[in-house]
Design a protein around this ligand. Structure first.
Ligand code: HEM
Ligand code: HEM
Length: 170
């Protein structure tokens, strides 16, 4: 038996997808761009907001039951879903945390050298890890869409639900 996520959970899920896409579109191309103090300040404020939204969403989803998978789901599938969901939270949070560390180091005058280089590599690795996990997550969501088991419909807006005349065909 699959019960749908609450309207608030659906809003937070898709709202956050929008925030993440926005974050990617406004990203920094070169470290030297941080010379611009107002850009550095905006980046720091955005990363703090991003972390706050992510954490609030995590707490809300924990309180509501973070998956619609029924309790008789095979243990391995349940573990994989939980690992990918948790992995997305951790990798997205670490992008923002490493970004904040880059900002603090740069602002404090550590503009080159091993310290900032290591944090920059970590920042980029967490970006790549979150792409990988999001790819796995979306593949799993599409798999459930094909299975028509209700998991897809539990999280998508009404016009994309299984059986909706407007949703895309298999
Ligand atoms: C930035 C991209 C995305 C992130 C970070 C993300 C993250 C998550 C997380 C963490 C959950 C677990 C519930 C929660 O804590 O909110 C979840 C559930 C879900 N997501 Fe995503 N998601 C993304 C994009 C997508 C996309 C593009 C789709 C569909 C094509 C999708 C479909 C679903 C579905 C169906 C569930 C419910 C799964 C369940 O109940 O077990 N997600 N998502
Ligand atoms: C939620 C917040 C953030 C997101 C989603 C994000 C995302 C990204 C992405 C996608 C890249 C490109 C990675 C690549 O090319 O592999 C990047 C690079 C970078 N980001 Fe962030 N970032 C965030 C916060 C920050 C903050 C707060 C700072 C510093 C104030 C920062 C500084 C940088 C720098 C210096 C680079 C590398 C530019 C280069 O390749 O030389 N980021 N970030």
């Amino acid at each position: 038996m699959v019960s749908a996520h609450s309207p608030m959970a659906v809003f937070l899920h898709w709202g956050f997808v929008g925030v993440f896409v926005y974050a990617l579109t406004k990203q920094i191309d070169e470290l030297e761009e941080l010379e611009d103090a107002s850009l550095l300040q905006n980046e720091m404020m955005f990363a703090t907001l991003f972390l706050t939204l992510l954490f609030s969403r995590f707490v809300y989803m924990r309180s509501r039951g973070s998956t619609a998978l029924p309790s008789d789901t095979p243990r391995l599938n349940m573990l994989m879903a939980r690992a990918v969901h948790l992995g997305m939270y951790v990798s997205l949070a670490m992008i923002a945390v490493t970004g904040l560390v880059i900002g603090v180091l740069y602002w404090s005058g550590f503009k080159d050298g091993a310290g900032i280089s290591v944090v920059l590599i970590a920042h980029e690795l967490f970006v790549q890890l979150s792409y990988l996990l999001i790819f796995l997550h979306v593949s799993a969501a599409l798999y459930h869409r094909r299975k028509r088991d209700g998991i897809w419909s539990a999280m998508v807006p009404f016009f994309l639900k299984e059986g909706s005349r407007d949703s895309f065909r298999n």
